[in-house]
Design a protein around this ligand. Sequence first.
Ligand code: SAH
Length: 171
Amino acid sequence: RLFVPEDLWDAAYEDRPLEIGAGQTISQPYIVAYMTECLGVESSDSVLEIGTGSGYQTAILAELASQVYTVEIIENLARTAKERLEDLGYNNIRFRVDNGRKGWPDEAPFDKIIVTAASDEIPPGLIEQLREGGRMILPVGVASQELIEGEKQHGTFQTHRKIAVRFVPLV
Ligand code: SAH
């Protein structure tokens, strides 16, 4: 079962973004659940997440995967999320402040990659860091965005278009 904080429910119900500080917003719980389901996270997986934000999606991933690596570009958000998730007792998450477009080369390859900010293209570095047979989901587009999900097969990323979404930009 997915635990959903009350203020997040309210924001989703009223169809408005929920602010998490530093001008950033969290996805409504349906989208977090949908993206998690599309990824098909397994208990042995090593997962890379780009866009830690509040750490909500990170916590969901940590419940399902063996190890989560999460990258956030805004230091304040990364620090707060780290404190929050450590207080909650998660010990299978590693945090990093960096530009997530570069991924986390030292810990690659990853079984699954999830990006929770939208870019105009699929960052090539992330495809490189995906294990053969691994899966990635990310929002792509500028004015209008859609979720792209795909698998790495024979070194290339085979994509499927999922649903229309609205994410903050990947800077
Ligand atoms: N998944 C988050 C919400 C993410 S909002 C949650 O559950 O709360 C998108 C986040 O991506 C923001 O925190 C933003 O600062 C971060 N971000 C934007 N561009 C980034 C980049 N290039 N590298 C890493 N993080 C980035």
